[in-house]
Design a protein around this ligand. Sequence first.
Ligand code: NAD
Length: 395
Amino acid sequence: MIISPKIRGFICTTAHPDGCEAHVRQQVEYVQKQPPIEDCPKKVLVIGSSTGYGLASRIVPAFAGQADTLGVFFERQPNDRKSGSSGWYNSAAFESMAKDQGLYARSINGDAFSKEIKDQAIKEIKESMGQVDCVIYSLASPRRQDPDTGDIYKSCLKPIGTTYTQKTVNTDKAEVEEITIEPANEDEINQTVKVMGGEDWELWMNALSEAGVLAPSITTLAYSYIGPELTWSVYKDGTIGRAKIHLEESCRRINEKLASLEGRAFVSVNKAVVTQASSAIPVVPLYISVLFKKMKEEGIHEDCIEQIHRLFSDRLMSDPKLDSSNRIRIDDWEMREDIQQSVADTWENINTENLKELSDFEGYQKDFLKLFGFGLDGVNYDAETDPLREIDLVD
Ligand code: NAD
């Protein structure tokens, strides 16, 4: 089958297996070139492990610390007529590279919000890993089914209290436009908290703890974002921001519960990167394009893998350097005053005519295609490729 990108707004409905493999290999090679991480976790459960920050959080302990990893994700399996999702191909490539290094690497494909998937993970940890010493929670989902009531909640990306108008980029047309988003109502806020807040992270940690599969000194992490003032209405102070406040409250509760194991729970505030989740947020793709240009000029640009490597090596395994709200801040370079001042100045002037000159929109588009395995060097996109790739799924 010849697989080409089919883009619909902020989604690409196809993915290239060889391109995804090349993308995973680039990340693995980056980690292999860095010094090994001292005291890296050795048995890691990653929830949301197939793309973005979760995939990087699986690659780093495996290739910088020879960790065994169990991954949980929700991805589309390929068949001989239709390509799988990129997360499927990423996971297949990761497993094969990890196994070549003699590492345990298995995966669970299903709804992480459900009780069944939690039970499946616990059973597999007992049978194959004994216990885990690190749990990464990196889900980004538009919906969640409550495991007790069966009710379905949907998240939304809206401001709270006031209407928000801001510049954004129409990624199909490469045009800077204005977007206006009406504020969320109370129900939309609550539903977003249900999906993207910390309730499910707590349920995971409770279930793992009760099953006795958390090792002493367990570390658990979930990810958040703050970003610049120009996005606050739709992010930090919007519906998703409310969910992240809930995540931080959950972190405090998890920390208390882990005290008997001398365990630690952290929320890490990460930098803005191009992922399937971030490309769906209004305004953020334009902000990322402007930010990347400046960070690249300053030689401090990072993608998921560089961020997570720095998180594990400079924060998690040494001094976490928590902020006043007890969060790890690996967004420190993004939030540097000179970087943010430059972004704010550019933001004032950016328009469709100067988009490519004032921002790294081209880099944004390339990164977006890479998420689906397109535009990778060394991959022949005109050649037939087999869409079927095996994953060692836990059954
Ligand atoms: P992503 O879209 O790349 O990854 C989402 C992951 O969740 C995938 O592995 C997917 O399979 C999995 N998933 C979704 N629904 C699932 C379900 N029901 N069951 C099992 N797996 C499911 O997202 P990302 O951008 O890497 O985001 C991960 C976390 O990082 C989020 O909490 C996000 O807020 C945070 N974060 C992202 C950015 C950014 O710029 N992308 C910045 C800071 C923090």
